[in-house]
Write a protein that binds this ligand. Structure first.
Ligand SMILES: *[C@@H]1O[C@H](CO)[C@@H](O)[C@H](O)[C@H]1NC(C)=O
Length: 224
C-alpha cells in the first residue's frame, strides 16, 4: 500500500513537472489581440523568420555604439538600442543590449522593462542606480553608487533608475534578457497617458491636488 502511494505520488510529480515545462511562450510585445482572419495579422510572437539559408553576417550585426547619444533633452540622457529592431538576427534569442549616455546630472528616470532583467556596466562616470522591490517586499529601495567598471542588476519588472551624480558625462552599456524588453516610464505612463487618466482619480492615488495633476498631465502629454 505504501509503495503504491509512493509510486502514484511520484507519477503525479512527474506529470506536474512535465506540465510546468510546457508553458506558454513569453510575450514579445505589449499586446497581441487575437483575430480570426490571418490576412489582417501582423505577427504572432516576435517576428517572422527568414529562410535560414539566406542569413548573412549583417543580420547579426550593428555598428555605431561607440558614438555617444544626444543628451540635450529635459532629462539629460539618451538610450541607443541594439534590440531585434536594429539586429534582426536577435529574433527568438531572448537577449538585447543598450548604450546609455548621461549628461552631467542627467538621469534615466524611474522605469521598468516588462520582459527583461537588465545587467548594466558603467564605462565612464559615476552613477547612482537602484530599483524598488514590489509591494510584497515593502517597496524597499536597493541602491548603490557605481563607478567605472562596476556592474549592477535590475531584476525583471522592478522599477529602476540611474542618476549621473558626477560633474562629467557618464556612459553605461547594458544587456537585457529579451529581444525586445519594452520600456514603461512611470511618469510618462501615469501622467502622460493619452487620453488622460481622470485627474481626480490620480490626485487621490498620488495624494496630489487634482490641479497639480492637470498641470503634470499638460507637461507629459504635450511631448515631455
Ligand atoms: C514588510 O512589512 C511587514 C509589516 O511591517 C513585516 O511584517 C514584514 O516582515 C516586512 N517584509 C519584509 C520583506 O521586509
Amino acid at each position: 500500500m505504501k509503495a503504491v502511494q509512493f509510486l502514484s505520488g511520484f507519477a503525479l510529480l512527474a506529470l506536474a513537472s512535465l506540465l510546468a515545462s510546457a508553458y506558454d511562450p513569453s510575450p514579445l510585445q505589449d499586446i497581441c489581440v487575437a483575430i480570426n482572419d490571418p490576412k489582417d495579422g501582423v505577427f504572432v510572437n516576435g517576428k517572422f523568420c527568414k529562410d535560414p539559408k539566406l542569413a548573412k553576417a549583417e543580420d547579426f550585426f550593428l555598428s555605431g555604439l561607440d558614438k555617444p547619444g544626444n543628451t540635450a533633452n529635459r532629462l539629460g540622457f539618451s538610450v541607443t538600442n541594439a534590440n531585434v529592431e536594429q539586429i534582426p538576427g536577435l529574433n527568438t534569442l531572448g537577449i538585447s543590449a543598450v548604450r546609455i549616455d548621461y549628461a552631467p546630472y542627467g538621469q534615466n528616470p524611474p522605469h521598468t522593462h516588462p520582459r527583461a532583467t537588465e545587467i548594466l556596466v558603467v564605462l565612464e562616470g559615476t552613477l547612482y542606480v537602484g530599483f524598488v522591490t514590489s509591494n510584497q517586499l515593502n517597496n524597499t529601495l536597493i541602491a548603490k553608487v557605481l563607478n567605472k567598471g562596476d556592474v549592477f542588476v535590475f531584476p525583471i519588472g522592478m522599477i529602476h533608475f540611474q542618476f549621473n551624480i558626477g560633474k562629467t558625462n557618464a556612459v553605461a552599456f547594458a544587456s537585457l534578457g529579451s529581444q525586445f524588453p519594452g520600456v514603461i516610464t512611470i511618469a510618462d505612463t501615469v501622467f502622460g497617458a493619452d487620453p488622460p487618466i481622470n485627474p481626480d482619480f490620480l490626485g487621490k492615488a498620488f495624494q496630489l491636488d487634482p490641479n497639480v495633476v492637470k498641470d503634470l498631465q499638460k507637461k507629459f502629454i504635450n511631448g515631455n
